[in-house]
Design a protein around this ligand. Structure first.
Ligand code: S3P
Length: 170
């Protein structure tokens, strides 16, 4: 099957949702955010899901959402930062999409996410804890075929880089 989707992975705060929306507008592709789908399915926020049911339950729903969205064509799929923890998720996303990783300087990531209460794995964490989680996840993000640093460039410029890569990979 041709890989017509663009799958954005990367740590929290690297700009997957914002950049993904720009790409989907430019290519006229459907935009999907896995966190949004999980919230729709559960009828509540990610924060509340973590609080009420815990991370394991969240990961189970996340895997179900990934199975569904991997069947789409011509979609830009912005994934939650932890989606790569499950190798089955990666396999499914990779079967129908070009996986692109968004990266950023850990200090900048910390600044972007530290006061965001909607992210249970980032809020109330120290800078050291966030940086250590980024390091822990680093090897998992290497599944991407292409990586872009989002520390300094505008979201539109990052979107263009990804579109260029996607077009040449088709
Ligand atoms: C998570 C990242 C979040 C969300 C959940 C868990 C993670 O998504 O899926 O809070 O484990 O890194 P974003 O990367 O969109 O913030």
């Amino acid at each position: 099957m041709k890989k017509s989707n663009i799958v954005l992975i990367g740590f929290m705060g690297t700009g997957k949702t914002a950049v993904g929306k720009i790409i989907s507008d430019k290519l006229e592709y459907l935009f999907i955010d896995t966190d949004e789908e999980i919230e729709k399915f559960c009828g509540t926020t990610i924060r509340q899901i973590f609080e009420d049911k815990g991370e394991e339950y969240f990961r189970k729903i996340e895997a179900e959402v990934v199975s569904e969205v991997s069947n789409l064509n011509k979609a830009v799929i912005a994934c939650g930062g932890g989606v790569v923890k499950n190798s089955d998720n990666v396999k499914k996303l990779n079967s129908s999409g070009v996986i692109v990783c968004l990266k950023a300087d850990p200090e900048i990531i910390y600044k972007r996410v530290c006061s965001d209460k909607s992210r249970p794995l980032a809020s109330e964490k120290s800078k050291e804890e966030i940086i250590s989680l980024i390091k822990e996840r680093e090897h998992l993000y290497r599944v991407a075929e292409f990586s872009v640093d989002t520390t300094y460039d505008s979201e539109a410029a990052i979107a263009d880089k990804i579109i260029d890569f996607y077009n040449t990979s088709q």
